[in-house]
Design a protein around this ligand. Structure first.
Ligand SMILES: Cc1ncc(COP(=O)(O)O)c(C=O)c1O
Length: 1021
């Protein structure tokens, strides 16, 4: 307290004079933040940048000398420590007098360029690991350093944590915080106090908080500000437990992190590499971290009592108050296992011992059911995310549905029991019990760590191993265990472990008491019915537990995939007890990396794979996709599943027709006629003849042939950056391809007009004549052709060019172009592959927005919702000239299954009002994102309509330099947040938002909020 009264009060001018007088520097000075001392950044041209440190008048010289010696020692070993500069007279500490005649000691150290980690919003795994590494290297270097100044009684010494907390905790007014601190104190006394005498001690920095850690810029976005270049401020140095240094750094780094344990584990990994930790240090670390935060809360309460008007003190405590409850949820032994894993040590040594014990004694174990599962016919179910036994629609996975499916499978296999696999990620856990975090795309608990034994309700449950009742309960919340019993056992070598039996009948709990002996093979329960067992198909959930982590009947049976490798040690494979021969289990699916390797080996490399960290997607439902771990992604990118992934009506229509007849157009069938009639009804009257093919590439090829047949000409006009498909002639009419990497330019019959891009094109939004000027270029091409005596087959364009960067053409442009083209005898082809079927919200087809009637409309991808169909719709006259004697046939185009699908998709789009939904959700996104243009210089433009939007990123508002890498970075960061997007445009700097049409307003809000959060990160500054 009194210290603050003696804070130095020098001016910038004073600092300049001191720098000159003491250090001979011609410099400018700028104040840097400090509470009890005064620091100036001193810039001395070619001589460099320094920090002039003027100490508090009460500062102890020994302590300052200790800091100086420590820095000098460290700079011999590491690059991230400031160097101490001696004065002209060779002193590391000099004395000065203040105007109030107080004496202050002055030092000069080098300035480390960078920004504090505390002002960097993204703390990547790489940054955290690097910080850990630096702290480790610092501790290694300091192992042989000592100084009398560090041997002091200091209230920020973690070794005094218990003392400080006990002294001040009563001052904390918030009862729940006090309670948490009490819990951590008890845990600390239980787990850490006994280890303290054997922990290494050394002089430690003791304050690597995120404002004392300096990070450096570099050019790579992913690592920008993600490398530590400095650890500064040695004012809290103390001789203490070495691991305390890491604990302090971790304590600040985990504040407000969504996964504090993973954050800490990254740091440990780095530290351990720089300076290997001893096992007891690893065991102590977690509660030391918690203790540091408790100390901070207590010291702040004490300071607040003395300075009640200091609002900052209370505010600075908020992150601690938010984080401590999350930390209290993590058991210290779980944290220890996670930390051991981060250090490549066996995470849970006793788990292996228990598994070995179980293997040794397998022959002495009794069957859990009255069926011998080792030999009886079984049905081993696939209940994974990708399983067809599970429906994408959670409503179709309720107990009655699942029971029906599972029993049918068991009966078909003549099985005596069904088996639900261990360590399987599932999407069956939908109740709030399994939700972690508060974001719908956050990773939920999905990995099953027991084994399920499906048998009749009432089937007897036996203890496979002798033991005693440890706990029992009726967990009657939906999707919980229902009646559950935990038995306690010991291996033949005396190691305790537990077995958990869930979904029993309520009467199984009668007569039980904690400690009741249960003999090997004794029937102690029965399988419960669905209405009493938590709402599940009757089965026994059987799980082994090697450490209950002070839990009881609430021990999880389903865990987050990110913690799977740890939880499977706390609950190893129950088949160690059940004993089903391993070869009866189907092979597990390849891992993501195996799938990637096989893809690289067998599939052409220029089929690109999205994201730096590719996703193995195994299921879709409506506007969501699910990866193999059950993680749900909000799909804001894929326009092919137009009416939603796996729409049940479409799936049903395809399945039904596939089971009845799948044949080609050579026979009469009503479906093709009905589909064509329905489709034509959505078009202008003159467009009344359909052709069906299998891809939009095939559709555009056909459109080219139609135009050429009708006009007798060959030449086409296309727009810059257009893409119309992957065949040879479509690459010819797609500047995006033939002008792009590997492209060889256009052939002589293709003429490219400038893209009417009002943001970065030839004429921009401030040019009122832009539409006419852009159309004039098309006219110029036509005139030039005419001059050479060349006729025109047609003009093809997407009505809103997507690959060109989600462009909305200026009003009146297309009508004007159509006039020019028709005057020259050409046909106008509208590629509505991306924009058709209500996507732009205001109209069913984008050409309607301009009151246009194209001569040929090509529809693709979305009209089949994933089934490969394309439709070409034209006038009877054009179709007639194409019918020139040469048969047109596509083996699969217009086949009965495709028509059933196409018709159903069209019905769904209309009946579910998806166009209106697109308009609403799009408006919400535009309203949320348009303000980004004002707020973030990198966001140059936000445009679009309905669910066809683009966010264009630029490095400069003046030059419009495309921010391609930044766009890709945001897309990758959004993927981390569980939202799928893509980039497009000739410079790949436009973030493309083009979700399945059921994407709703809440999805829109989630997307906007996440994008804003990422834009707030300083990667682009
Ligand atoms: C506008 C446009 N036209 C045509 C195509 C070609 O479609 P497909 O891949 O079905 O052949 C695409 C595909 O991305 C497209 O975006």
């Amino acid at each position: 307290m009194s210290l603050l009264k003696h804070t130095p009060q020098f001016t910038e001018q004073d600092a300049v004079s001191i720098a000159k007088d003491l250090y001979g520097l011609q410099a400018t000075a700028k104040p840097l933040p400090s509470e009890r001392d005064q620091n100036f950044r001193v810039s001395a041209g070619a001589a460099g940048h320094f920090v002039l440190k003027i100490a508090n008048a009460l500062e102890d010289r020994t302590m300052l000398d200790c800091q100086n010696q420590a820095m000098r020692h460290l700079t011999r070993h590491v690059a991230f420590c400031p160097k101490v500069i001696s004065s002209k007279s060779g002193d590391l500490i000099s004395g000065i007098q203040s105007s109030t005649d107080e004496s202050h000691m002055v030092r000069l150290v080098t300035y480390l360029p960078g920004i504090p980690m505390g002002s960097v919003k993204r703390h990547s795994a790489g940054l955290l690991e690097d910080l850990g590494r630096c702290v480790g290297e610092m501790d290694r270097a300091m192992a042989d350093f000592d100084h009398p100044g560090a041997h002091r009684d200091f209230y920020w010494d973690l070794a005094k944590g218990l003392e400080i907390v006990k002294e001040y905790q009563a001052l904390i007014s918030d009862a729940s915080l006090r309670k948490l601190i009490e819990k951590f104190t008890l845990d600390y006394e239980q787990y850490v106090t006994p280890l303290l005498p054997d922990l290494r001690k050394s002089v430690i920095h003791n304050d690597a908080n995120d404002y004392n850690v300096i990070v450096g810029r570099n050019d790579d976005l992913y690592t920008r500000n993600q490398r530590v270049v400095g650890i500064i401020d040695f004012g809290d140095m103390v001789y203490s437990h070495t691991v305390g240094n890491l604990a302090v750094a971790v304590a600040y780094a985990i504040l407000d992190k969504s996964d504090p344990l993973r954050t800490a584990a990254h740091m440990l990994k780095g530290y351990h590499r720089g300076y290997p930790l001893a096992q007891d240090e690893i065991a102590s670390l977690y509660l030391m971290v918690c203790m540091r935060l408790c100390m901070s809360a207590c010291i702040a309460a004490h300071q607040l009592k003395q300075r009640p008007d200091n609002a900052y003190l209370a505010i600075s405590q908020l992150p601690i108050q938010r984080t401590l409850p999350a930390l209290a949820e993590i058991h210290p032994r779980f944290a220890e296992a996670a930390f051991r894993q981060a250090c490549d040590l066996t995470p849970l040594p006793h788990s292996q011992a228990i598994c070995d014990g179980l293997k040794r004694n397998r022959d002495a174990m009794a069957p859990v059911l009255d069926i011998d599962l080792r030999t009886a016919p079984l049905k081993i179910f696939d209940l994974s995310v990708a399983s067809s036994l599970v429906h994408g629609n959670p409503e179709k996975n309720t107990e009655a549905y699942i029971t029906k499916r599972l029993w049918a499978e068991m009966q078909a296999a003549n099985a005596k029991a069904g088996i639900g696999r261990y360590n399987e990620a599932r999407m069956l856990y939908t109740s709030p019990l399994f939700v972690t975090g508060n974001v719908s795309t956050a990773e939920h608990r999905a990995v099953h760590i027991g084994i399920d034994l499906f048998a009749e309700t009432g089937a007897a449950v036996h203890a496979p191993i002798a033991g005693k009742v440890f706990a029992f309960s009726n967990n009657d919340a939906p999707q919980d265990y229902g009646p559950v019993v935990i038995l306690e056992h010991t291996t033949d070598k005396g190691e305790p472990f537990y077995t958990l039996f869930g979904h029993l009948s309520p009467d199984s709990l009668e007569g039980l008491y904690a400690g009741k002996p249960i003999a090997c093979g004794e029937r102690f329960g029965r399988i419960g019915a669905a209405d009493v067992n938590g709402g599940w198909t009757p089965h026994l959930h059987f799980q082994i537990i090697t450490d209950l982590l002070d839990m009881s009947c609430d021990f999880p049976g389903v865990v987050r995939s990110g913690e799977r490798s740890l939880w499977t040690l706390f609950s190893p494979d129950p088949n160690l007890v059940i004993g089903i021969p391993q070869d009866r289990f189907p092979a597990t699916d390849p891992s993501v990396s195996d799938t990637l390797a096989a893809r690289r080996k067998y599939i052409g490399r220029n089929l690109s794979i999205g994201y730096r960290n590719p996703i193995k997607m195994v299921r879709g439902w409506r506007q969501y996709l699910f990866d193999d771990t059950g993680r749900r992604y909000l799909d804001a990118y894929n326009n092919i599943p137009h009416v939603g992934h796996c729409h049940p009506r479409v799936v049903e229509a395809a399945g039904r027709q596939m089971s009845v007849l799948s044949t080609n157009t050579r026979y009469l069938h009503d479906l093709i006629n009905r589909y064509a009639e329905r489709l034509c009804a959505t078009m202008p009257e003159s467009l009344s003849v359909c052709f069906f093919v299998n891809s939009a590439s095939e559709g555009n090829e056909l459109a080219l042939r139609l135009a050429r047949a009708y006009t007798g000409q060959r030449d086409m006009i296309v727009l810059e950056a257009a893409y119309h498909g992957n065949t040879t002639s479509l690459i010819d009419i797609s500047p995006y391809k033939h002008e792009g990497p590997g492209g060889k330019g256009p052939p002589a019959w293709v003429h490219t007009a400038p893209i009417p891009d009002l943001y970065r094109g030839l004429y921009r939004s401030d040019d009122l004549k832009a539409a006419r000027k852009y159309a004039g270029h098309v006219d110029d091409i036509i005139r030039e052709l005419k001059g050479k005596g060349i006729g025109l087959a047609g003009f093809i364009a997407e009505t809103c060019p997507s690959v060109a960067g989600q462009i909305f053409l200026p009003q009146d442009y297309l009508p004007e172009v159509y006039r020019h083209v028709r005057k020259a005898g050409g046909l106008c082809i509208a590629d509505e592959v991306q924009t058709g079927y209500g996507r732009i919200g205001t109209h069913f087809y984008a050409f309607e927005a301009e009151n246009l009637v194209p001569d040929i409309v090509v529809l693709g991808k979305p009209i089949g919702n994933g089934h490969p169909i394309s439709a070409v719709v034209t006038t009877p006259e054009i179709a007639e000239t194409f019918d020139n004697g040469m048969e047109f046939f596509s083996s699969f185009g217009g086949n009965t299954v495709s028509c059933a699908v196409g018709l159903t998709v069209l019905e769904v789009v209309l009946e579910e009002n998806l166009q209106a939904n697109a308009l609403k959700a799009g408006k919400r996104m535009l309203a949320g994102m348009k303000p980004f243009i004002e707020r973030y210089p990198i966001v140059g433009d936000v445009r679009g309509s309905g669910l066809f939007l683009g966010v264009e990123l630029v490095r400069s508002r003046e030059t419009l330099e495309p921010a391609k890498e930044e766009a890709e970075f945001i897309v990758n960061r959004m993927r981390d947040a569980g939202i799928l997007l893509g980039t497009d445009g000739p410079f790949e700097n436009v973030i493309k938002i083009r979700p399945p049409m059921p994407f709703d307003e809440s999805n829109a809000e989630l997307l906007v909020a996440n994008m804003e959060q990422i834009l707030e990160e300083d990667f682009w500054v």
